[in-house]
Design a protein around this ligand. Structure first.
Ligand SMILES: NC(=O)c1ccc[n+]([C@@H]2O[C@H](COP(=O)([O-])OP(=O)(O)OC[C@H]3O[C@@H](n4cnc5c(N)ncnc54)[C@H](OP(=O)(O)O)[C@@H]3O)[C@@H](O)[C@H]2O)c1
Length: 341
């Protein structure tokens, strides 16, 4: 392979992201020698992650994650193999999950990436690493077992429940003995949650007022809300929290496609009177416990207690549309794009 295909930002999306916000460039594969601390990788499989949308905004206000300039490469989590290394910790042939870029081959500096590198053991396939045992599954695992910690019999509500993180979060809460209610868009996703994820109830937020549906499904209130969505969804859950309830902030996808930040609930006194705890977390902080998380996920997967749905797309050229689909709910589970080079 002598050329490198790369997606760059064509323009800063104004409102809902569109595939036309990205532009494909084809350049010669760089041949200049690596500098100390750099590695050169081939990107084999991409995980399409909604949080990248925040870096396409003019002012990416999150200190650890800078804004992508117009003309800049699009960052993306990938399963990659090392082609060459000038970094003491990596050698050619190593396989990893890494914050890479939407291109065939990338020159990266692992120590400066906003997400730590997750090395792969030889027995782990790229699909396993970005699917069942992915960072998203680990997000659900640590977000639920370490941050949320549901107790048996508690009512747990998960938003974005049929998505990559959400579906695993639902099932882990179920395995911990909670009564789980998932919120998702559309009949088909709700059916999957009931039949495959085997949770207690699924709410189709597109089919009617969320507040009423939550009141029906959680008559005694919500003990734990695991939020992937934010905005009106978070508001409806806050209004339904039980006393001493907990809210785990995993993501705020409803806000990513809008200018500015992600607004909080309207009346914080609701949290004061309810003695409610609200806590965010990022999976990167659990890098040193990834093996433990993957081992537990593997046991649940092997025993059939945990189901993961993969929505696999083909070819580097399908990356922008796959990304746009995340914000339309047009993905069915973990969205992966395999490189065709
Ligand atoms: N804290 C962390 O470390 C961490 C790590 C990874 C991911 N995350 C977060 O986890 C969340 C899920 O990410 P994922 O990769 O698993 O994506 P995903 O859930 O597989 O896909 C995104 C889903 O979000 C839903 N959605 C999109 N726009 C929405 C809106 N305006 N209102 C309600 N639902 C909407 C859609 O499902 P419906 O069809 O149901 O609407 C869509 O399928 C994101 O917020 C992401 O940023 C956090």
């Amino acid at each position: 392979v002598t050329s490198n295909r790369r997606w760059v930002l064509a323009r800063q999306p104004d409102g809902p992201v569109q595939s036309g916000d990205f532009r494909l460039e084809e350049t010669a594969v760089p041949t200049a020698p690596l500098e100390p601390g750099e590695i050169f990788v081939r990107n084999r499989l991409f995980a399409v992650a909604p949080t990248i949308r925040n870096r396409l905004k003019a002012a990416a206000g999150h200190r650890r994650r800078g804004a992508v300039a117009v003309g800049g490469a699009i960052p993306g989590i990938a399963a990659a193999e090392v082609l060459a290394s000038a970094h003491a910790a990596y050698t050619a042939g190593d396989r990893m999950v890494i914050m890479s870029q939407w291109e065939d081959q990338s020159r990266l500096r692992p120590d400066t990436l906003p997400v730590p590198v997750f090395p792969l053991t030889p027995d782990m396939s790229f699909e396993d690493a970005l699917g069942p045992c992915s960072l998203n599954s680990l997000t659900a695992y640590f977000g639920m077992t370490d941050v949320g910690r549901p107790r048996a019999g508690e009512t747990v509500v998960v938003s974005g429940a049929a998505g990559s993180v959400g579906a695993v979060a639902c099932q882990i809460a179920r395995l911990m003995g909670a009564r789980v209610i998932g919120i998702a868009g559309g009949k088909e996703k709700c059916r999957w949650l009931m039949d495959q994820a085997r949770i207690a109830a699924a709410i189709d937020y597109r089919a009617g007022a969320l507040a009423e549906q939550l009141a029906d499904a959680a008559p005694n209130g919500i003990d734990l809300f695991f939020d992937n969505v934010g905005g009106e969804t978070l508001q409806a859950a806050v209004d339904r929290m039980a006393r001493h309830g907990r809210i785990v902030l995993c993501g705020q996808i409803a806000a990513y496609d809008r200018p500015g930040g992600a607004p909080g609930p309207a009346d914080m006194m609701r949290l004061v009177y309810g003695a409610i705890r609200m806590e965010g977390f990022v999976v990167g902080d659990y890098a040193d416990r990834a093996d433990e998380g993957r081992a537990q996920l593997r046991r649940w997967l092997d025993s059939g207690e945990l189901k993961v749905r993969i929505d696999r797309r083909h070819g580097l050229l399908s990356l922008p549309q796959a990304f746009v689909d995340l914000f339309r709910g047009a993905n069915e589970g973990t969205l992966l794009v395999e490189n065709d080079r």
